[in-house]
Design a protein around this ligand. Structure first.
Ligand SMILES: *[C@@H]1O[C@H](CO)[C@@H](O)[C@H](O)[C@H]1NC(C)=O
Length: 333
């Protein structure tokens, strides 16, 4: 816990008004070799139900083994309707009391999902939550600069999807500080473009809630392909990491080097939908699980795990031409 608090203090100090308008956090790795390891989980907050607790337990075990530096959440942090306020019990019941392993007592960098937007967004963004649990660092769009090798660009993707604005159905979306949509998105894309242009990091990784490419229930998000993808392509993004579809996926672009990773298996899964798109599907698992990412100057390695911590799939950047889907569920390395 002490280590996590120290890291958080560093992160908090470094969040100043940099040249770009997006808030920027610096995360120093403790590892001597300058490498970085982390876990990615999405679509999780269900008071432990739907295998959330089993995924959490295995995250703890793998987190320990990989000596992780932090955790990334791809959003939909609290079902069904985000947080009701800063005192909502869901915060403890779905986060603090679930991710209890020692290895997970590190900063959690979180984006918001569409379900979070159905609650009190300002509460979920409030630093007051850190008094209850210091790990929780949730912002709309921000940058985490880590270990001097990677810049993570966290992007608030919910406002992009037009249907939440035009066809909210019975749901209410909390657009305070966001509306009007067009202006918010234009500013965000400009800030992101500037920040990415300034980045000198070896790796540029973009994280959002919504799918850009997906073969599961939600499929591709056309607003992101139209508006966000060009900024990523223009600025040489290596990877786009998302949740939203409750599964694990790796898809390669046909027309750019960008790789898409979905880690949305934090709780409810098994949707049973498979709809291929035009990009190159490398891996798809419809059940619960999570992802690890290990990075150094030379290589980025992604691994997907199921609810029992079995390795489902491994891919590393250095063998782009020869991906190594691991079908041996007992393979621990
Ligand atoms: C929990 O995970 C197991 C193993 O994948 C699966 O058989 C079971 O259906 C899951 N439970 C739920 C509620 O999804």
């Amino acid at each position: 816990m002490a280590a996590a608090l120290a890291l958080l203090a560093v992160a908090a100090l470094c969040c100043g008004p940099a040249a770009a308008a997006l808030p920027r956090l610096e995360h120093y790795t403790a590892k001597n070799d300058g490498s970085l390891s982390l876990l990615v989980v999405g679509d999780w907050g269900r008071q432990g139900t739907h295998n959330q607790s089993r995924v959490a337990e295995q995250m703890g075990r793998i987190g320990e083994k990989l000596d992780i530096d932090f955790v990334i959440s791809t959003g939909d942090n609290f079902y069904d309707n985000g947080l009701k306020g800063v005192n909502d019990r869901a915060f403890e019941e779905s986060f603090t009391a679930i991710y209890t392993a020692q290895s997970l007592q590190k900063p959690w960098y979180l984006v918001l999902g569409n379900h979070d937007y159905r609650g009190d967004v300002l509460a979920q963004l409030s630093p007051v939550l850190r008094k209850t649990d210091s790990r929780f660092i949730c912002m709309r769009s921000f940058i985490v600069q880590a270990a001097e090798i990677v810049d993570f660009f966290f992007v608030d993707t919910t406002p992009f999807e037009k249907k939440y604005w035009t066809h909210p159905g019975k749901h209410h979306y909390d657009w305070r500080g966001v509306a009007p949509r067009g202006k918010y998105i234009a500013n965000l894309l400009k800030d992101l473009d500037e920040a990415m242009k300034q980045s000198t990091a070896r790796w540029k990784i973009v994280v959002g809630h919504h799918t850009m490419r997906s073969v599961s229930d939600h499929g591709d998000t056309k607003e992101l392909l139209k508006l966000l993808l060009p900024v990523l392509e223009e600025n040489g993004a290596d990877f786009y990491i998302n949740g939203h579809d409750h599964c694990l996926e790796h898809i390669s672009s046909r027309d750019s080097p960008i790789q898409y990773f979905t880690s949305g298996g934090g709780s409810k899964a098994w949707r049973g939908v498979f709809q291929p798109n035009k990009d190159k599907l490398r891996f798809f698992y419809d059940g619960q699980g999570f992802m690890s990412l290990q990075l150094n100057q030379d290589q980025a390695q992604f691994i997907f795990y199921d609810v029992s911590g079995n390795i489902l799939y491994k891919w590393s950047s250095s063998n782009t031409g020869h991906p190594q889907p691991s079908t041996n569920l007992d393979d621990e390395e």
